[in-house]
Every structure is written in structure tokens, then in C-alpha cells.
Design a protein around this ligand. Sequence first.
Ligand code: ACO
Length: 318
Amino acid sequence: MSGIDILGTGCYVPEYTLSNDELSTMVDTSDEWIYPRTGIKNRHISKTENTSELARIAAERAIADSGVSKEDIGFIIVATCSADHIMPSVSCMLQKLLDLPEHVMAFDMNAACTGFVYAMSIANAMLATRPDRLALVIGAEVFSKMLDYTDRSTCILFGDGAGAVVARHNPRGALQEAIFSRGDADASHIYIPGVPFAGRQEPPYCKMSGQDVFKFAVEAPIQSMKQILADLDCTIADMDYVLFHQANARIIASICKRLKIKDAQLYCNIEEYGNTSAASIPIMLDEMNRKGLLKKGHKLLLVGFGAGLTWGTLYMEW
Ligand code: ACO
């Protein structure tokens, strides 16, 4: 097995905090309804900065933390479903904004909230082909621009943010993934319409069947986690940390109860940020890194699930 080393991390969330109490002045809801059902108290909302700007700041912090030369970066992969434009990609914008060399391969990928797990798997494969280069892997979202703030079933859940890592191939490392998708072709679970086409025009806002997504989200990650543990011949107790995509505290609690995951194995920040989609896992990695919680050799599971439907678990050693 080979894998990747994370050389540095960074994150950024917009300054403005939208609390449950403030939301309840905008739409018919309350902290008493939101917090027990989701675990969310606040979310950070961007007033002026688009996805590329959040990504730029997170990436600059990750590059600074890693201490590497920009010349050594060969890949920029941005996981996002809220790019500034359909084209150019956020990653191509970053190549310019960060003054990175022309030899980088820069592209965005969209696996919604599973995006960072997919992106790390892609980075692992690409770095194995070019072990002399580094990858800048980012999850970045301005989800708030795709929310209808009259729809209380969605606008309470999501926030904006970005997280980034600088990764290097490690021939003696350990990275393994169990990744899945189940095409939701009629977009019955969660979707955001694209540009108007063939006379069909819908507002560009997220629509979701909350209960269907909830059922999917408590089942699917368990499948991918069980598969990876079987592949590794490990038990959940062997893991130092399990980092779940921060969608809903009740979803995480339900999975933890079924798989007997202890509180000490968890890191959660949903209370402050809400669901930041592809950014949630790298934001947690950066917070944990800066708090000194991650020690060399720690065994981590990164667990993503989201629209697509997509889901997956990635095992890596810090
Ligand atoms: N405030 C007050 N009342 C509300 C709110 C709100 N914000 N939202 C819904 N309600 C009401 C509904 O109108 C309904 O009222 P009614 O009974 O009078 O019709 C009642 O509360 C129950 O509604 P449900 O939709 O059944 O509420 P539920 O308990 O399922 O909770 C929630 C809704 C929190 C959205 C839950 O379904 C959920 O978390 N689902 C998963 C969503 C998710 O995680 N999505 C993202 C994952 S994918 C990705 O990350 C992109």
C-alpha cells in the first residue's frame, strides 16, 4: 500500500455569523426547533467573497503551514458544487490568484458533500504517477448563494467555508478508500438546478427531501465504513479519529451508536458552521491540526456523504 502525507492545512470561513435567532427573524423557525434536530447554532455566510476567494485564503494558509515551494505544486483539485462560474474553474482561478506555475493540472470536481473524500482519492492516484510533485486539495463552498431564505427546510442547514491541504506521495504510507455513488437521476433527494435549458427554468436554489436524505445518510456511510474496516482487517476501535461530513449531529449520533464509535474518536464543529458541504472535512482537519490533536501515525477515517447520491470513506494515517 502507498499513500499520502499531509504537509500542511488551512481553512477560512467568512466573518459574518448567522445565528439561529437571527434566522428566526427571516423565516418561520426557532433555535428550539433547529438545534435539537440538527446540532446547528450558527453558520458563517459570505456577503461579498465568492468560492474562489474562500478557497484562495484557505490554500494560502495551507501552503504557508506546509512551508513548501509553490514551484513543487503539480495538481490543484477543488471539490465544490458552488463554483464562481461554470468556467473557468475555481482551480484555474486559484492557479492565477496564488501565482502557481503553469505546469499545474488544475480542475474542479463535484461530488457535492462527498467532494473532499473523492478529491483526496484522486490526488492519491495522481501523486502516485508524479511523486515529484505536490497536490493542493481544497473543499470550498459558498452554499448560501444557492439557498432560498424563504425555505426553512433547507436554509437553516448550510453555511460557507473552505479548507485546504498540501499533500505529498508517500510510498510507505497507507491510504485506502471505499467510494460509491448511486445515481439519483430524477434528483429526488437533493438537487440544485443548472442553467435554463429546453424551456425549463427554475430558480437556482437547493431543493431537498429532508427525510429521504436523512435515511440515506444514516445507512450509506455505515456501508463504506464497514467495507474499509474489512479491507484493512481492523475494527472501529483501532481508529484514532473518525471525521464525518458535518451534515446533521443526529445523523452522526445515529451512526456512532450503531458502530460503537466513542465520543473521544470524534471531532465535530457543526454547531458553529452548519453544513459546509465539500469544505466540512478539510476545515475539521485544519482545526485539529492547529489544536495539535493529530499526531504522526494517527489512524483517521474521513467519511463523506451527499448529493449525487455519493458517499465514501477514506482511511489515512497522519
Ligand atoms: N423550523 C421549524 N419548523 C420546520 C423547519 C424549520 N427550520 N423545517 C421544517 N419544519 C417543519 C415542517 O414544515 C414540518 O411541519 P408540519 O409537520 O407542520 O408539516 C415539521 O417541521 C417536520 O418536518 P420534517 O421535514 O419531517 O422534519 P425533520 O424532523 O425530518 O427534520 C431536517 C428536517 C432537519 C431537514 C432533517 O430531515 C434532516 O436533517 N435531513 C437531512 C438533511 C441533510 O443532512 N442534508 C444534507 C446532506 S447532503 C449534503 O450534505 C449536500
